[in-house]
Structures are given as C-alpha cells and as structure tokens.
Design a binder for this molecule. Structure first.
Ligand code: ADP
Ligand code: MG
Length: 383
C-alpha cells in the first residue's frame, strides 16, 4: 500500500489525520542461530521489508489498533488499567509492549494506530520483532521516554518472553532497532556491543521461504533453551558463552544426549560466527560456504530444528550454486526460510533450481526474495 493510501485509510478509520509513522524492519540472520540467548555471537542484517505504524495521540487512555493484515479485527485496550492478554493473537503483541513499558514505570498515553507490514509472517524473518520494535519505538516517541535503541530492543524481547511466552533472545529486536543500510551487524549478545560489517556490493542475499507451516513450535523452541541452560549449569557455568569443547567433553557423562548436542551446536556456532564475520569482511565466499554449510548441519543434527522441506531447499540451492554460494536455514527453524549468499549473477540459478525441484519434491511453493540490508527503526513526523 502506498504511503498516501495508508494515510487516507487512517483518516477514514479514525476520523482524523495521522501525525507520523514509526517503522521497523524484519531481519535475516546470516549466521549464529540460537546463540543469542546463550550470550553468544550473531551476524544478522535488517531487511528492507518493514512494519509501519501510523499514529495519532489521543487525549484519553485508550489504545485503538488496526492492522491491514487483519482487516476485520479491531484491537482496543486501556493503558490506565492492568493490561492482560486479549482475544486476538496479533493484538497481544501490542498489549505485550504496552504491558512491559508500564511495568517498568513508564507513563503511556492513549493512541490510535494503523499497522501495515510487508515482512513475511511466520517465516523466520521476524515480523514479530519488527512489530514489537515499531510499537515500542512509537510509545518512546509519543510519550518522550528517552529510551536508547538497546532499551527499545530489550523491551521488545521482554514483551515476547514475559507476555507472549516465547523465550527468544535479543537478536531479532536489536537488529530491528539498530540495523544499517548495506551492513550486517556482529552482535555480542553478552554486552550488546555491535560491530558493523559492510556487505560487499557483488554479494547477493537471497532468502527462500519454504512456506512449510510451523505448528505448535513454541514449546519445542522453549525446550531448546532449557536444554542449553541445563548444559551450562552442568559445566559449572552461568551461560554457554564461556563453554568450550574440552569442558563439554569432560562433562558429557553428566548430560542427557539432548543437552550435550544442544551445547555442542552453540559452542561450535559461536566460533563460526566470528570466522564468518572475517570471511564477509574479506568477501571470501568459499569460506562463507564452508561455515554456513557447517552451521546448517549442526542445526540439523545437534539442535534438531530443521525439517525435510528446509533441508531439501538447502540442498537444492547448494547444488545450483556449487562452490559459488553459501546456504543454510535461517531463523527459529521448524520450517521458515533459508538464506543464500552468492554472486549477483548466480541469483538466476537459485530461482531456476527452486522452480524446477522444490514443488515436485515437497508439494509446496517457495517464495524467493532477493534482499539488500536496510535501516533499523525510524520515526517520521508528518507536517
Ligand atoms: P515471525 O516473527 O518469524 O514472523 P512469529 O510467529 O514470531 O513469526 O510472529 C508472527 C506473528 O506476529 C503473527 O502471527 C502476528 O500475530 C504478529 N504480526 C506480525 N506482523 C503483523 C502485522 N503486520 N499486523 C499484525 N500482527 C502482526
Ligand atoms: Mg517471531
């Protein structure tokens, strides 16, 4: 929807013009999966797919929300009463952010909101973090909370952890808040330090969404986190950040098979993120291929979060690219998307291979997005 059409829709729905728009991107993680909540390293970039929130401050305490994605559901709640979960799943993300901000003592105002997004949902590109960061950024702006990008990201994560019951780490919200055009961000999740790495202009980021339906995966996702925490505890550590393979081997007999395997993934993945950051800096596709292939194998065998459709897509794209490209699953797993890094001229080979082989093998159609890295959270005030 064009900006004008969106502003007209706002006026039509709420009876007066919007005052501005706050917008935050989805993201793709190049490498470093399930390392964030173990205080490790990740290397994501923000996408140019964004979630926009048009707003108009109200002079009461009511928050009214419409999303173009759910045209028949209007969400409404009050910020001067305890905020509980409501009927609508998507509306709960808005309540969740208002809940954590209020809980921290921030005074929120009522507001009319219209949400529009082109971030694919449920595909591992983090439409939920884009929404949380845009909503937290909107409250930060209209209520003059003076939050930093890190604080906005942390509130987004809290919303997901404490209200939506998804025990995600900080990566998705932090890259959505702090992303930079044409840059990947190496994030040290222990202290939230970030280092930007320019994505070489002759390198394409191609995301292929398997469209495999993710069902009932929150409990599996949360169980992985518990396994990691148990493994760290058995090694005498607070988090897996400080673990290494020697210590893991020494403690193997005390661990369940799952705890050992999950920790093995996290320890090896942290090493791969650092190596991949160097490889990306050097535009070394051969090294990226080795690291991303190892990451995928580790997610398949140690972390057990791939499904036949994503394994198959990785294989299809890897075969199409040969030594000229790096491919792995990306995001929370159990379906969702894969990411390929390749030379610009090889994008056509990916498209052709996916068209030729994916549907015939998995009875699903894939969506292909050729992406560039975009900016993080932005606020635009209309005049
Ligand atoms: P992902 O973050 O990988 O896209 P999630 O299941 O974590 O998948 O989040 C998707 C959910 O986020 C949707 O089911 C919906 O509740 C909410 N959501 C995302 N984008 C929007 C939007 N534009 N409008 C309303 N809700 C949205
Ligand atoms: Mg999500």
């Amino acid at each position: 929807m064009t900006n004008n059409a969106l502003q007209e829709l706002f006026t039509q729905q709420f009876g007066s013009d919007s005052q501005g728009v706050v917008s935050a991107p989805g993201r793709v993680n190049l490498i470093g999966e399930f390392t964030d909540y173990n205080q490790g390293y990740v290397l994501p970039c923000a996408l140019t797919f964004r979630t926009q929130v048009l707003y108009r401050v109200r002079d009461d305490n009511t928050v009214n929300v419409l999303s173009t994605m759910y045209p028949n559901e209007k969400e409404s709640f009050s910020v001067n009463k305890p905020i509980n979960a409501g009927q609508s799943q998507w509306g709960n993300y808005i309540r969740a952010v208002a809940f954590v901000l209020s809980r921290a003592g921030h005074q929120l105002s009522g507001v009319d909101l219209l949400i529009e997004s082109n971030v694919p949902q449920g595909s591992g590109l983090s439409s939920s973090a884009a929404l949380e960061v845009a909503i937290a950024g909107m409250f930060n702006h209209i209520c003059k909370l003076n939050l930093t990008e890190e604080q906005i990201a942390l509130f987004g994560q809290e919303a997901e952890n404490d209200f939506m019951d998804c025990q995600c780490g900080i990566m998705d919200q932090l890259i959505s808040a702090k992303g930079q055009k044409n840059q990947a961000l190496l994030i040290d999740c222990q202290n939230l330090h970030t280092t930007s790495v320019t994505i070489p202009s002759d390198l394409s980021i191609v995301i292929v969404n398997s469209n495999y339906p993710r069902k009932l995966v929150d409990s599996e996702y949360n169980q992985r986190r518990i396994d990691c925490e148990q493994a760290a505890r058995k090694m005498g550590l607070t988090t897996l950040r400080d673990a290494n393979i020697d210590l893991l081997m020494q403690t193997k007999t005390e661990m369940s098979a799952n705890e050992f395997a999950r920790a093995h993934h996290v320890i090896t993945e942290n090493g791969r993120v650092i190596a991949a950051t160097l490889a990306l800096t050097n535009n070394d596709i051969e090294q990226l291929r080795i690291l991303m292939t190892a990451s995928h194998q580790s997610l398949k065998h140690d972390f057990e979060v791939t499904v036949p459709a994503t394994d198959g897509l990785v294989q299809i794209c890897q075969q199409a690219l040969g030594e000229r490209g790096a491919v792995r699953m990306t995001g929370g797993g159990f379906g969702g998307a894969i990411v390929c890094l390749c030379r610009n001229e090889d994008v056509a080979a990916i498209k052709q291979a996916v068209e030729q082989h994916y549907f015939s093998q998995f009875n699903l159609y894939a969506d292909i997005y050729v992406c560039t890295a975009g900016d993080g959270l932005t606020v635009q005030v209309f005049h």
